[in-house]
Design a protein around this ligand. Structure first.
Ligand code: ADP
Ligand code: MG
Length: 690
């Protein structure tokens, strides 16, 4: 009998009726093959007892020790709190719901074994509601022999159900191994000594007692690597397909006549850096082609991406087309609108803006302009593409600070077809990661800062030094410096964030009555924000108190001090962006990172990194180590970079191996490639229409 596992519905498994099938569909499990590739996302290790001293927060572990204290404490509710000691350290065990018998059971001096997740911070580790076993009473109870797989679940689909159906799926495929084709490039299996697909699935779903536990826990087991390599290949192949797909569209060929751009360059007080010139010429080559450009330009904060974008826009204008420039925030859109107007109006190029604050009458007028056939540049927020804005002849769309736009927005834009796209980002991404995440884009890097930039001196300050800092700031403002004072997100809520900034603004105003201080945050009216930013730009303000709204792109070259409160709560990328607001002029600049002690280990690592380096790529590498790729790319929500087994940091070697597979390999194995995409990604579900 031949069976096609990729076409076998889950209902063929025992115990799976239509009702359960519907619930499984929520996990994306439609076929037996889907079940096989629903891999455990982690394992529980109940094979050994972990010494308390070796526990780390978030671990799942079995601990065993003596109860040295039992008490019931009264908080909002009663809590049963047990202190467990195993000679290496002590651990708090907490029960929020407990019975009198339970309380009696954990008498002082008793020896117990607990299994649960470790919570807490540096020195105060605890377990909340762990499973408990009294090993004396159950001396015959052995530790488990192998790792327990943990699957992601959904309502109505428990671990138990998933264990049962994966069990059946595994049995089925073991009986008919030929139904699950090995799709990796020939040669890889032998070269890297990989197990077959069926073996790999078996090991990953049901680790045997003699499997290498530490390799499995760290994801480096060959079985996991076997699967990770295929997953990365699937991911790469699908982005590649997306890119090929785009090449089938036609876009106007834009030739650089050079007149307008020459004039613009002449009017600048500086010359383009070699890196800016190189990237600009890469862009111009793309624009001259008859299919849409899809280029990502990456350049560290302050590397001068805006002028490159403006020069690219001129090529569209010279050819009689429209260009659109989109910024992620109103504040930035406004700033870019001013820059573009200053640069392009003297050349006789029309620049209009489209933002939410634009009055209804103005908006109507501008929308009408876009429908006419005249060349112009429009600057706005991404509302430009969300509302039903009609362009008569848009040839180039520039997206600034792409990491703020989700991948979906990028794809939505692409689906409009026909336009050249230039995507700019300051988020420095390590090369391997960029090649994976943006395999659907061409990629340029502005890897040089304009000359004469002085290194920003970065210091880390305990919050207790706040008063001294305020005195010092009064001095530097007297000397003509301007200061950003950032009160970042303390609470998730934007309202609270703005309140924090307001409180900080009030206290600084009271303490420094002789200085001019402004406040900008997300809840101000757009006109109010503009006024404050203009005042700061024109040096009518000494200090600008702000939330992280000023994080990206804001350009005030005279500002030379960046003070960030609660810096320990921000991620590296964000700190780097914020710091990038200073060091733009001729003055020596400073960045002061204030923190509230005690610092967690990770926070300390971040602050040290900031102090040690100003190189965006270095910082990105550290960030990748600390946080993992999903968060760096801002795609955690979109699911684009969520892998089942692969890990972009751990599995970089595979990314490189995939990169060197030739174009020919993909062409010659079209069916195999399609099957891999189908198996791991599912057609069209994650990437939009492929
Ligand atoms: P980002 O890449 O962060 O968007 P910007 O485009 O805002 O950087 O440029 C940062 C600053 O550097 C601006 O003040 C800009 O005028 C200036 N700048 C850009 N290119 C050069 C250059 N080649 N030489 C000197 N200054 C430059
Ligand atoms: Mg910028």
């Amino acid at each position: 009998m031949t069976i096609f596992i990729e076409a076998l519905p889950v209902t063929k498994l025992t115990g799976v009726g239509p009702a359960l099938a519907q619930k499984l569909a929520k996990l994306g499990l439609y076929t037996v093959q889907d079940v096989l590739f629903h891999l455990p996302y982690r394992y529980q290790d109940r094979t050994q007892i972990t010494p308390i001293a070796a526990l780390r927060a978030d671990d799942y572990a079995v601990v065993e020790g003596e109860v040295v204290n039992v008490e019931v404490i009264q908080r909002r509710q009663k809590i049963l709190q047990i202190l467990l000691s195993d000679g290496t350290g002590t651990l708090q065990i907490k029960f929020f719901h407990f019975t009198a018998t339970q309380k009696e059971r954990f008498s002082q001096g008793g020896v117990f074994r607990f299994f649960g997740q470790v919570k807490g911070f540096a020195y105060a580790l605890s377990m909340v509601h762990p499973e408990s076993i009294n090993p004396k009473a159950l001396s015959h109870q052995h530790m488990q022999e192998s790792l327990t797989p943990i699957y992601s679940t959904t309502e109505g689909v428990s671990q138990k159900i998933l264990l049962q159906i994966t069990e059946q799926a595994l049995a089925l495929v073991k009986k008919h191994p030929q139904t699950l084709a090995d799709l990796l490039p020939e040669g890889w299996m032998q070269q890297y000594q990989l197990p077959s697909l069926v073996e790999a699935l078996e090991i990953v779903h049901r680790p045997s007692p003699d499997a290498d536990i530490s390799a499995l826990l760290s994801g480096t087991h060959l079985a996991q690597q076997r699967l990770a390599s295929e997953e990365l290949l699937a991911h790469h192949a699908s982005l590649r397909k997306l890119r090929e797909h785009a090449k089938r569209f036609i876009a106007p060929s834009l030739y650089d006549k050079g007149e307008l751009s020459k004039k613009l360059m002449m009017s600048l007080p500086y010359q383009l850096t070699a890196a800016q010139q190189r990237v600009l010429s890469e862009i111009k080559q793309d624009l001259a082609r008859s299919h849409p450009m899809q280029r990502l330009v990456q350049g560290d904060v302050g590397s001068g991406k805006t002028i490159v974008a403006a020069l690219a826009a001129l090529t569209a204008i010279e050819n009689g087309y429209q260009a659109a420039f989109m910024a992620p925030t109103e504040l930035l859109a406004q700033q870019h609108f001013l820059s573009f107007t200053n640069w392009l109006s003297p050349l006789g190029v029309e620049v209009i803006s489209l933002m939410s604050k634009t009055s209804a009458a103005q908006k109507k007028k501008h929308l009408e302009r876009l429908k006419q056939n005249d060349p112009l540049v429009v600057v706005g927020t991404h509302a430009l593409f969300q509302e039903n804005v009609e362009f008569a002849n848009l040839a180039l769309a520039i997206i600034d600070e792409q990491h703020r736009f989700g991948v979906h927005q990028r794809l939505a834009l692409r689906n409009k077809g026909l336009t050249h796209q230039l995507i700019m980002t300051a988020t420095p991404i390590p090369r391997t990661l960029a090649m994976t995440a943006y395999a659907d884009l061409d990629y340029s890097v502005i890897d040089e800062l304009p000359p004469g930039r002085k290194a920003i001196e970065t210091r880390v300050l305990n919050n207790t030094k706040r008063e001294e800092l305020i005195t010092r700031i009064a001095q530097v403002c007297d000397e003509g410096h301007q200061v950003y004072w950032v009160c970042p997100l303390i609470e998730e809520s934007e309202v609270l964030q703005c309140q924090a900034a307001e409180i900080c603004y009030q206290s600084l105003t009271e303490k420094l009555p002789q200085l001019h201080i402004g406040l900008v945050h997300g809840r101000l009216k757009a006109s109010e924000k503009d006024r404050v930013m203009d005042d700061f730009k024109a040096h009518r303000l000494d200090i600008l108190v702000a939330t992280t709204v000023i994080e990206v792109g804001v350009d005030v070259p005279n500002a030379s001090y960046m003070i960030i409160e609660n810096a320990e709560r921000l991620g590296l990328a964000q700190l780097h962006q914020l710091r990038g607001r200073v060091g733009r002029g001729a003055k020596q600049s400073y960045c002061l990172l204030m923190y509230q002690s005690p610092l967690s280990q990770l926070a300390r690592l971040r602050l040290d990194t900031m102090r040690e380096t100003q190189d965006g790529f270095e910082i990105a590498k550290k960030d990748l180590e600390i946080r993992g790729p999903g968060e760096i790319l801002g795609t955690k929500q979109t699911g684009l970079m969520q892998f089942r087994v692969a890990d972009l940091t751990r599995d970089q070697a595979w990314i490189t191996r995939i990169q060197i597979l030739s174009q020919d390999w993909f062409l010659l194995h079209a069916e195999q490639v399609q099957a891999i995409i189908q198996r791991w990604i599912g057609e069209g579900t994650r990437y939009g229409e492929v």
